[in-house]
Design a binder for this molecule. Structure first.
Ligand code: 2NE
Length: 270
């Protein structure tokens, strides 16, 4: 992995190699809990990977072997949200959740240890999850006075079914990697020592495929869940592809050349 030195992050690490970006929450002393600063840096790093034309897929992970992420840092939880150094309280992880879903490249959660609370929702919103054998999954909201009634509830129900999603939220139990695999919450379970090897192999495989096909498929998987915003995402791809055609370019050129457009040579496809 190479680590670009142009941006210094406090709470995360950013690495890249072979068209893969690896974004690591680096707060192992609190099981990789996130604070607003962490989320701001994650948003920056995901945007960077999104805009980098050499990056085909993105890995999200946590530092160390004990946790992927343990959710919001309860030490900075204030009255209305999580407090930053300026005392502003927010739930900016919700912005990050949407960003992971809408950025047009596959995002793979690489989970060793705990993916708990808001950390569990982060793996959930990733496109794929590869779990180490020591991974443990669960929600704690109702125990710690919190909940995620957005993607945390709705997307979980779509992923593993309503009954199981309710069980996870209503009982606040933890589930091991094999249980997660059985309920369709993760894509694969591998020995801890092979976690990165396998995750990178999956990314390499995706990077060899058509980026446009993956991009549109990702938008398609979001479209019905996200309503009009999901259709907008899907439709944006249609517009971009249309822009690449001579037919669309005729419209633009005619405008720039101050003449009426001539679309006669473009056939009406059956
Ligand atoms: C993650 C878990 C199960 C790990 O347990 P264990 O036994 O391996 O470690 P331990 O001793 O509990 O934790 C190690 C250190 O990390 C801190 C602990 O306080 C402890 O600190 P020290 O005693 O060493 O000083 N730590 C762990 N998680 C933390 C956290 N989230 N915030 C601050 N410090 C944390 C176990 O630690 C656990 O259950 N953690 C809490 C999980 C949790 O409830 N997260 C918040 C859910 S709410 C949420 O994330 C959320 C939401 O619901 C909606 C919107 C946004 C966020």
């Amino acid at each position: 992995w190479e680590s670009p030195q142009d941006v210094q992050y406090q709470d995360i690490l950013y690495h890249r190699a072979e068209g893969i970006a690896k974004i690591t929450i680096n707060r192992p002393e609190v099981r990789n809990a996130f604070r607003p600063q962490t989320v701001r840096e994650l948003i920056h790093a995901f945007q960077r990977a999104h805009l980098d034309p050499e990056i085909g897929s993105i890995i999200l992970t946590g530092a160390g072997e004990l946790a992927f992420c343990s959710g919001g840092d309860q030490r900075v939880r204030g009255h209305e949200g999580y407090q930053d150094a300026q005392g502003v309280e927010s739930l900016n992880v919700l912005d990050l959740q949407r960003q992971i879903r809408t950025l047009p490249k596959p995002v793979v959660a690489m989970v060793a240890g705990y993916a708990i609370g808001g950390g569990h929702v982060l793996h959930l919103v990733c496109d794929l999850t590869i779990a180490a054998e020591n991974a443990r999954f669960g929600q704690t909201g109702p125990r710690v006075g919190s909940f995620d009634a957005g993607l945390g509830a709705g997307l979980l129900a779509r992923t593993i079914g309503l009954k199981k999603a309710k069980e996870i939220w209503f009982l606040c139990r933890q589930y091991d990697a094999q249980e997660a695999l059985a309920m369709g919450l993760v894509n694969a379970v591998v020995p801890l020592a092979e976690l990165e090897l396998v995750t990178v192999a999956w990314c390499r495989q995706m990077n060899r495929l058509s980026p446009t096909a993956l991009r549109v498929l990702k938008a398609a998987f979001n479209a019905d869940t996200d309503g009009l915003a999901g259709i907008q995402e899907l439709a944006g791809n249609a517009t971009a592809l249309f822009y690449m055609t001579e037919e669309a370019q005729e419209g633009r050129n005619a405008f720039l050349e101050r003449r009426p457009p001539d679309f006669r040579r473009f056939r009406r496809r059956p």
